[in-house]
Design a protein around this ligand. Structure first.
Ligand code: RIB
Length: 294
């Protein structure tokens, strides 16, 4: 009898987000006065794991934080969202920090100091994916560790989803083990465009385009466009992560990719209407209510 696979295994980063509101990014040599908007749990991996759990999927997270106060906060965030798996605590490296410039109009620019995230090993990453229906990873942790997670996911029969953020050309070498690739327009361009991604082995490319919605490019099949939900964004930090987490959760529940993209778009819209990369306002009821407006 074949093993029953359930839920989502997320492999990735966890950061403390230090958010400053600014009218625009600072220029080189310039000191810009901003307004401190707060310290929030973040990191693409943690955000996606929380979003997956808040979308209703049994979810576990594999990552590394420091043995410091920020690490405690991030562990509590995961526990509060019912994400399973204990993050490893690094001996010396501090918890990763993201400096988030929240720009007028809801956009952002982010600089990440990886800290403990850089210590996620291939053994950590591959050791926690067995039995998951979907394995979800991003690129804020060492690429060989992401490769190990995707390979182990594939070997165990899971569906593998890679959010190639931040984009690096090394991502192209991973695509043979990726079922669904998620990129925004900047990442897609940095990786050479949709055709190059198909040629490198990504059969399904999900291109997120903010207010212009989402495109699904499957090699040899007409493009599918999913319109965005109309919202007034407050802070788009983590909206893409909510999209990926909800996408993985919905796929783990057995949905078709086209349908999962609608739920994922709803999750991104909910998070973008709140400050910080995570919000308890994201739950299965809120998702269902927004999806029903379509
Ligand atoms: O995608 C948003 C996330 O990117 C932030 O939470 C920040 O930590 C960086 O990882």
């Amino acid at each position: 009898m074949s093993e029953q696979r359930t839920g989502v295994a997320v492999v990735g980063s966890a950061n403390l987000d230090l958010v400053v509101e600014v009218p625009r990014p600072p220029r080189v040599g310039e000191t810009l006065l901003g307004r401190a908007a707060g310290r929030f749990p973040g990191g693409k991996g943690l955000n996606q794991a929380v979003a997956s759990a808040r979308s209703g999927a049994p979810t576990r997270f594999c990552g590394v934080v420091g043995s410091d106060e920020s690490g405690d906060l991030l562990q509590r965030t995961l526990t509060d969202a019912a994400v399973a798996g204990r993050v490893r605590r690094a001996d010396a490296a501090p918890t990763g920090v993201a400096h988030v410039f929240a720009l007028d109009g809801g956009d952002n620019s982010i600089v990440v100091a990886a800290g403990a995230n850089a210590e996620l090993t291939a053994a950590d990453a591959a050791g926690d994916v067995a039995g998951a229906a979907v394995v979800l990873a991003q690129l804020e942790v060492p690429v060989p560790s992401v490769a190990a997670a995707l390979r182990a996911g594939r070997a165990s029969g899971a569906l593998t989803v890679l959010n190639a953020a931040p984009a690096t050309v090394q991502a192209l070498d991973l695509l043979g083990d990726v079922d669904v690739l998620v990129v925004n327009e900047t990442e897609c361009e940095e990786l050479g465009g949709v055709d190059a991604l198909h040629a490198a082995g990504a059969s399904a490319v999900v291109l997120t385009r903010g207010a212009d919605g989402v495109e699904l490019h499957v090699h040899g099949v007409p493009l599918v466009h999913v319109p965005a939900f109309p919202i007034v964004p407050v802070d788009t930090t983590g909206a893409g992560d909510a999209f990926c987490g909800a996408l993985a959760a919905t796929l783990a529940a057995g949905s078709r990719l086209e349908d999962a993209l609608v739920t994922a778009s709803a999750a991104g819209a909910i998070v973008a209407q709140h400050h910080g990369a995570n919000t308890p306002a994201l739950d299965p009821q809120a998702l269902a209510a927004l999806v029903a407006t379509r």
